[in-house]
Design a protein around this ligand. Structure first.
Ligand code: BES
Ligand code: MN
Ligand code: ZN
Length: 492
């Protein structure tokens, strides 16, 4: 969607639709002026409770020539005193979704005028870009009728700093481009988004944004001894790969932040096969990888002054005559041996080799993102990602980033005692314990492979995909992790 920034009075601006924010408890100047122009229509709707400013509620009103804007799209902001950036972001997302439903393709917004000038504009832009996302690549019928937005115009007050506003719009667009990339990757089916497709995507990003890219193919993984990653890929005709992308925004000095993303392009469970119902959702098991790619793209476009390494272990988990199986014992890259008790606990296997490998970059901090456990969905539902780690400062920084960007995280403990169920009779570790505390035992397993590196783990199993439409995320892939990582990196 094209975004313009102009200095104009909302009441005098001609547009198919003007978005205005409305509080539950106070009527601001713009609301009152619009109400007056519409001869009290807005006030009447409030009295009859048709529209009273409840957060994320919307209402489209035709102005019938009483205002230069053809329509007003009212969006609720809740109570004035409770207005935070995230509410503006959500209101903006809700507003564009209402415009999509009404097939209004270009519009102007004055929503940012109610917030702090420094941050409101970016939030409103993000909300609009995130909320207007759609994925219709595989619909072949009536393509001409598919809706897409043409453009949005941000109305700046007289004396507003246009240059600054344009920079903020560009920043929001960069972040949302990363989110859209992640959403696209997750939305693509498993027969398209293969391990090779992820590798090709990484290569293209490298060319476009001058990143370093290295793809370790099967033979190199064998030479290195990445046997845990290799084992998971054995049942598939798509070879496993390790994708490494580097962005240098801080020159040669400065240890990098390493981001590791689980890249299982489809998780059938392998020999410990999953039930059929809902298995199609397991195309999303590379959402961690998608978030890492999205964050790297956004960081490069934003020119963040940090060094970053993205590492993606990618494989397809399938049952086959050649597949790994329960009872197998693997020697991971770290040398630790692992008894397989469940081939469906494959994420921790591909990650353990990647986390060990990552240490060669001497990370200042290492963050992994993975759709790792169903247990995390049981614990936190779809409202927060699970967060664990060995470094409280890093964990706290991620919590803070999550709070401000609206991608919620919730910390789970990683006490040593949780490791008892992961001890094997035959090997150093087993890959699956009991069902109890399943997210934590998975996190505990990963912890055995990070050495002394400051490390945090995000379990995004419940947040990478949404069955319902949310203000900033239409139903489907959410692109979770991209904004969280960028917010964290900006705060460093
Ligand atoms: N990819 C799944 C976890 C998952 C579940 C992601 C639901 C998204 C939605 C993971 O590989 C898995 O199968 N985990 C098992 C681990 C168990 C066998 C120890 C699980 O959670 O059941
Ligand atoms: Mn699995
Ligand atoms: Zn999985």
């Amino acid at each position: 969607m094209k975004i313009d920034v102009i200095s104009a009075t909302p009441l005098k601006h001609t547009t198919p639709a003007l978005i205005i924010g409305c509080f539950e408890d106070v009527r601001d100047e713009l609301f009152s002026a619009c109400d007056a122009a519409l001869e009290g229509c807005l006030g009447r709707m409030a009295v009859s409770r048709e529209f009273c400013g409840k957060l994320n509620s919307t209402r489209l009103v035709h102005t019938l020539g009483k205002l230069p804007a053809e329509r007003l799209l009212l969006v609720g902001l809740g109570k004035r005193a409770e207005l935070v950036e995230e509410r503006l972001r959500q209101a903006s997302g809700s507003a564009v979704q209402a415009l999509r439903a009404a097939k209004v393709a270009s519009f102007a917004t004055s929503l940012h005028l109610v917030g702090k000038p420094e941050s409101a504009l970016e939030a409103v832009c993000e909300g609009a870009l995130l909320g207007s996302y759609g994925f219709e690549l595989y619909k072949t019928k009536e393509r001409a009728e598919l809706f897409s937005f043409e453009g949005m115009t941000l109305l700046l007050p007289k004396g507003g700093n246009r240059q600054e506003a344009v920079a903020r719009v560009a920043a929001a667009a960069a972040v949302c481009r990363g989110v859209s990339l992640a959403r696209d990757l997750v939305s693509h089916p498993g027969n398209v988004a293969t391990t090779g497709y992820l590798a090709e995507t990484a290569r293209e990003l490298a060319v476009r944004h001058k990143l370093l890219c290295e793809i370790l193919e099967l033979d190199e993984l064998e030479l290195l001894g990445m046997n845990a990653l290799l084992a998971v890929g054995k049942g598939s005709v798509e070879p496993p790969r390790l994708i490494v992308l580097e962005y240098r925004g801080a020159g040669d000095s400065g240890r990098p932040v390493v981001m590791v993303g689980k890249g299982i392009t489809f998780d059938s469970g392998g020999i410990s096969i999953k039930p059929g119902a809902g298995m199609e959702e397991m195309k999303t098991d590379m959402a961690g990888a998608a978030a890492v790619l999205g964050a790297l793209e956004a960081a490069a476009v934003l020119k963040l002054p940090v060094n970053l390494v993205g590492i993606i272990p990618t494989a397809e988990n399938m049952p086959d005559g050649k597949a790994y199986k329960p009872g197998d014992v693997l020697t991971s890259l770290s040398g630790q041996t692992i008894e397989i008790t469940n081939t469906d606990a494959e994420g921790r296997l591909v990650l353990c080799d990647a986390l060990h490998y990552a240490q060669k970059y001497k990370p200042a901090a290492m963050i992994d993102l993975a759709t790792l456990t169903g247990a995390c969905v049981v614990a936190l539902g779809h409202e927060a990602s699970g967060l664990m780690g060995n470094d409280q400062k890093l964990v706290n920084a991620l919590k803070k980033a999550g709070e401000s960007c609206g991608e919620r995280v919730w910390e789970l403990p990683l006490w040593d005692e949780y490791g008892e169920v992961m001890k094997s009779d035959i090997a150093d570790l087993k890959n699956a314990g009991s069902r109890d505390g399943g997210s934590i035992t998975a996190g505990w397993f990963l912890k055995q492979f990070v050495g002394k590196t400051h490390w945090a783990h995000l379990d995004i199993a419940g947040t990478a995909w949404s069955d319902k439409t949310r203000p900033c995320s239409p139903k489907g892939a959410t692109g979770v992790g991209v904004r969280l990582l960028i917010e964290y990196l900006r705060g460093r």
